[in-house]
Design a protein around this ligand. Structure first.
Ligand SMILES: Nc1nc2c(ncn2[C@@H]2O[C@H](COP(=O)(O)OP(=O)(O)OP(=O)(O)O)[C@@H](O)[C@H]2O)c(=O)[nH]1
Ligand SMILES: [Mg+2]
Length: 384
């Protein structure tokens, strides 16, 4: 599973990405700093099962810090999106092409209202960030519509002639966009479009269909960024009233803490509700002031920086992921060389024991007999 970081220019997408992946991609206070996508490894934060099982683990594919498991996941930061990008404005379709493989999206919104719809700096509080939420969804839908319409006459006629089913043709048209056939089926049925009569579907129907497919295949969590600025609180309340997943976020603060933690200046695990300065005597006055500001404007106001929370929300709320800890030896809870709880895998809710076997190795999936629930010691069938 891949999560994409999207939004109009200059909202802090790359700052968010750098904080989450500890990368050094260029950040600047003008639009279109990012042109080519940045791909990196972020971490999902979960309570590690080591505590419940009362064992000391030696993770291999992930990290365990004080009973918290950090599991690597892929994150993609892309170019900013401007109105009419689907027609090629700004960097146009490039943005959309770069997130086509994403399974969920983190929409980084500048909630301070300090950047206009194209990402240019304006007086704080003068742009309405609610507009940004809608326009990004619309760009996506229009982009999908453009792809569908390219061949619509032929597709709809062929389907009606009965040569090939509409579902499989649409799936083919949208292939490579990480859209599952069952999401297409669900979208068509939920809009009550008649499958056998696609020539009767209007342009309006097709646009609604694209919207539905987008909601199912690229669900969005809003990272309400720049929450540290004075004009942000009011807008965050308004966004929350819209019935969306909204996470107040301060990407710059998270980046400061992650870098400081790398240098052992502070003790801080991404997602924590506070941080501790390890060596106050090593801080110069500017650093001390920066940490004080983070405490005051981020932790005291919002409880955390929101970066980890947005990533967790994308995986757990949107993608309904679960964390699985496969082991080879169910008694020792280890792999064959004795690492206890070596791996943590992120899988979709509803995955089966056999899916897990395939995920570990194709041979294991093909030769699957049964799995064992290591907690209970009971055998589990392939479809458990
Ligand atoms: N106050 C505040 N500023 C932030 C925060 N996060 C990012 N910024 C600033 O926002 C500006 C844009 O940051 P980028 O990360 O380059 O934004 P982007 O969305 O990747 O921009 P493009 O690549 O041009 O689309 C920079 O000046 C950052 O310092 C934040 O949490 N708070
Ligand atoms: Mg950028």
């Amino acid at each position: 599973m891949i999560v994409g970081v999207i939004g109009k220019p200059n909202t802090g997408k790359t700052t968010f990405f750098n904080a989450a992946t500890l990368s050094h991609a260029p950040v600047a206070s003008y639009p279109f700093t990012t042109i080519n996508p940045n791909v990196g490894i972020a971490y999902l934060r979960a309570n590690c099962v080591c505590k419940e099982l009362g064992v000391k683990d030696n993770p291999v594919n992930s990290i365990c810090v004080n009973n918290t498991r950090l599991i690597p996941v892929e994150l993609v930061d892309v170019a900013g999106l401007v109105p009419d990008a689907w027609k090629g404005r700004g960097l146009g379709n490039k943005f959309l092409d770069d997130v086509r493989r994403a399974d969920a999206l983190i929409h980084v919104v500048d909630v301070s209202g300090g950047t206009d719809e194209e990402g240019r700096i304006v007086a704080l509080g003068t742009h309405d960030p609610l507009l940004d939420v809608h326009f990004v969804e619309r760009e996506f839908d229009l982009w999908l519509l453009q792809i569908l319409k390219r061949d619509w006459q032929r597709i709809s006629r062929t389907a009606e002639a009965g040569t090939q089913k509409i579902i499989s043709m649409l799936a083919e048209r949208l292939s490579g966009l990480s859209i599952a056939e069952k999401q297409i089926v669900e979208s068509i049925d939920s809009l009550r479009l008649i499958r056998d009569k696609p020539t009767l579907w209007s342009e309006e129907d097709l646009l609604r269909l694209c919207g539905k497919i987008r909601q199912l295949s690229k669900p969005i969590v809003i990272a309400a960024n720049k929450a540290d600025l004075p004009t942000s609180a009011k807008n965050i309340e308004r966004l929350k009233a819209m019935n969306l997943f909204v996470i107040p976020c301060a990407a710059e603060a998270e980046l400061l803490l992650r870098r400081a933690s790398e240098k052992s200046l502070v003790e801080y695990l991404p997602g924590d509700a506070s941080f501790q300065i390890i060596t106050p005597e090593r801080l110069v006055p500017e650093q001390k002031k920066a940490f004080d500001l983070v405490n005051e404007r981020v932790f005291r106001s919002w409880g955390n920086t929101g970066v980890q929370q947005a990533i967790n929300s994308a995986y757990f709320d949107l993608l309904k992921s679960i964390v699985v800890y496969p082991v080879e030896d169910e008694k020792k809870l280890s792999d064959k060389v004795g690492h206890v709880l070596p791996d943590a895998y992120v899988m979709k809710e509803g995955s089966t024991a056999k899916d897990l076997a395939y995920r570990i190795h194709t041979d294991l999936g093909e030769g699957f007999l049964y799995a064992i629930d290591a907690k209970k010691g009971t055998r589990l069938s392939a479809d458990y």
